[in-house]
Design a protein around this ligand. Sequence first.
Ligand code: 4NP
Length: 164
Amino acid sequence: MTAKHEVSVLFVCLGNICRSPLGEGVLAHLLEEEDLSDRVRVDSAGTGAWHQGEPADPRSADVADRHGISLRGRARRVRAEDFHEFDYIFAMDRSNLRDLRHLEREAGGGASLTLFRDFDPDADGDADVPDPYYGGVDGFDLMFEMIDRTCAAFVEHLHAELSS
Ligand code: 4NP
């Protein structure tokens, strides 16, 4: 993290090619609109290593593109050090959260680890961003809506944090 960033956020899913790159891209886009890009660092990673080095899944890239957002990152695996480099680590579903709890123990604490949709005002007890990998294109549109409104709510939270 460069010194100028005051807050850092890491999105984590299973493969780091569908959900977490979209979280990273949407949040970065909203931060840019709010003139907060210089103050908040955003990244993403996966609990699995199968897709390491690959760009985002074309279906995620396409839904992002349709909303004026480009996904530029390459997949990487989350590591214990991330718990000391990031302030927030967001698990996209409860299975990711369980895997990350193990890594958190290995790291000896650090980042605030939560489910991303803890910030979703419409979550209504439904905590996961469902894995869209084996589903159809509809799943990617639904995922976008879920991620977009949750990121917007998180940006409100960040505004409060950065002004306090
Ligand atoms: P993601 O989706 O966790 O949202 O990136 C997946 C991508 C790849 C696989 C599973 C989920 N996979 O089994 O390869």
